[in-house]
Design a protein around this ligand. Structure first.
Ligand code: HPA
Ligand code: ZN
Length: 326
């Protein structure tokens, strides 16, 4: 994918990025060596070839498997610094990144190692690259709500380092309402709320209804099929609830990029944004996602600039920082 000078130069804000999904094969090998872990593959080509997902569960298997090399606080710093270094070259200015503490605590890595490692990288990235960032803690929806609640309570020691909470992993059979109590508590603790509503799962519109009416999210991650429901659509337009769409990710885990839906939703007045989701696995960082929309959607530069401004509008950055990002 060839990035145009306009897309390359556009100032960018990323709101849907799983930091664990930025683990490139080269760093995976290095961390495996450092931590004495045997990997199934020995070249980047072999690793790439093993990424043959055709739906969310097949992606998630590779994604969780890849995380085993992340063991120490330093590993998380190295992971996030590699991401920041890479997107500094794409003119990314601000990132609100997801992390999945349960994907680590469930295999014996401490919450403290994860968050101190990420925190160190955030401070260093602002110093080195001028990129500001925030953390959004995601709960894994295929685990029990009790485990999410325990994770939420554990996070309170680091309350000021975490801006919001989200919900990810396998949505099928794991509706938003399963986590209503956890999110109500998170809200009471001052966390901002978002949740994944993946496209193409059974009951998707009902899940979108729940996140809006029962959970009270400020944003929805993916959620582009809200276009099928004019009533819910008008609610998110009125309330300014934005969507974080991930075109290249969609081509792997659903049936196509959904670029046409991005255009329709923008036209309907929805604050929709473009993001990379899991760039090391899906083969595209945020610039590649903008370029994908430009190439496939045949949209003009003003449209791309509007999507970029939408991300500033719906970001959770403080007002002073937002003014600088505009
Ligand atoms: N969907 C759901 N869970 C995830 C994803 C995703 O795209 N990436 C990482 N966890
Ligand atoms: Zn995601």
């Amino acid at each position: 994918i060839q990035i145009s000078p306009f897309v390359a130069g556009l100032p960018k804000v990323e709101l849907h990025l799983h930091i664990e999904g930025t683990l490139e094969p080269e760093l995976k090998f290095e961390l495996a060596r450092r931590n004495g872990i045997e990997l199934a593959h020995s070249t980047a080509e072999e690793v790439q070839a093993s990424y043959a997902f055709d739906d969310l569960p097949s992606f998630l298997t590779a994604y969780y498997d890849g995380m085993n090399v992340l063991q120490t606080s330093e590993d998380f710093t190295d992971l996030a610094m590699a991401y920041f270094r890479r997107v500094a070259e794409q003119n990314v200015r601000h990132v609100e990144m997801f992390f999945d503490p349960q994907a680590h605590t469930s295999r014996g890595v401490s919450f403290d190692a994860v968050i101190t490692g990420l925190r160190r990288a955030q401070i260093e990235a602002e110093r080195q690259f001028g990129i500001t960032s925030a953390l959004i803690m995601c709960f894994l929806r295929d685990f029990q709500a009790e485990y999410a609640m325990a994770t939420l309570l554990e996070s309170l020691r680091y309350r000021e380092w975490i801006l919001g909470v989200g919900l990810d992993s396998d949505e099928n059979g794991n509706p938003p309402a399963k986590f209503a109590e956890v999110f109500a508590r998170a809200k009471a603790e001052g966390y901002l709320l978002t949740m994944h509503c993946d496209v193409d799962i059974p009951g998707s519109i009902e899940h979108i209804r729940q996140v809006i009416e029962e959970i009270g999210v400020a944003r929805i991650d993916h959620g582009t099929n809200i276009v099928e429901n004019p009533e819910l659509l008008s609610v998110i337009v009125e309330r300014g609830i934005g969507l974080t769409s991930c075109p290249i990710s969609n081509t792997w885990v659903s049936d196509g990029s959904k670029v046409e839906l991005v255009k329709r939703l923008a036209e309907a007045g929805v604050k929709i944004t473009l993001n990379s989701d899991d760039p090391a696995y899906f083969g595209g960082y945020i610039a590649e996602n903008f370029q994908r929309v430009a190439d496939e959607g045949g949209v003009d530069e003003a449209f791309l600039a509007q999507l970029s401004r939408n991300a500033v509008d719906i970001s959770w950055a403080p007002a002073v920082l937002k003014a600088q990002l505009r």
